[in-house]
Design a protein around this ligand. Structure first.
Ligand code: NI
Length: 200
């Protein structure tokens, strides 16, 4: 006797069940997206709080940060950028190409650095602004994962730059703060113009 066949339902009950299943599927697949705050929101200039509780809610928030980052077409996102002043950042320099490269850094610290690189950077909190920034060419970062376990991550080139850019966010530093005074003033003037035109 078959044991896994569905009990027979009348068509109204079938339709109700189908509607319920669709609702459940939508709820499970629709990620909660957080809006990215823009400069000069004061949360971007604040040092994030150290994370001390590694709860399922934290893991959930990290997933939402990845979803929000991908939706905004970014390769890195720091919690202050979604208005949460905590030391959490997510990075995926492969942008969904290689899931094993998804990186979560909680309470990260740079413990070693070498060399120099100068490349153009952008930031989800500074749309349309792209400037060359000098960074370390190679870094070693010590951080905690969503379970609170400590680990070390080394990176060079784009990964080093992404980690340094995101760690800066956790300390209230934006990439425009690393430009020369003259360049920074030009960028700020451009932002004021965009603001005036309602394009910011
Ligand atoms: Ni940024």
């Amino acid at each position: 006797m078959p044991t896994e066949t569905k009990p027979k339902l009348d068509s109204a009950a079938e339709k109700r069940l189908a509607r319920q299943m669709t609702r459940d599927a939508v709820r499970k697949s629709a990620p909660k997206l957080h809006a990215v705050v823009k400069y000069p929101d004061p949360v971007l200039a604040k040092k994030g709080e150290v994370v001390t509780e590694f709860t399922p809610e934290l893991a959930q928030l990290v997933e939402e940060m990845f979803d929000s980052m991908y939706a905004a077409e970014g390769i890195g996102l720091a919690a202050p950028q979604i208005g949460i002043s905590k030391q959490i950042t997510v990075i995926d320099v492969s942008f969904k190409e290689r899931p094993e490269e998804k990186l979560v850094l909680i309470n990260p610290e740079v413990v070693d650095r070498r060399g120099k690189q100068v490349e153009e950077e952008g930031c989800l909190s500074l749309p349309e602004i792209h400037e060359k920034v000098q960074r370390d060419a190679w870094v070693k970062v010590r951080a905690q994962n969503v379970r609170g376990e400590f680990f070390e991550m080394e990176g060079e080139e784009l990964l080093a730059r992404a980690m340094l850019h995101e760690i800066d966010h956790l300390h209230g530093i934006l990439f425009i703060d690393r430009l020369s005074r003259l360049k920074r003033d030009l960028v700020l003037r451009r932002i004021r113009k965009l603001q005036k035109n309602g394009d910011w």
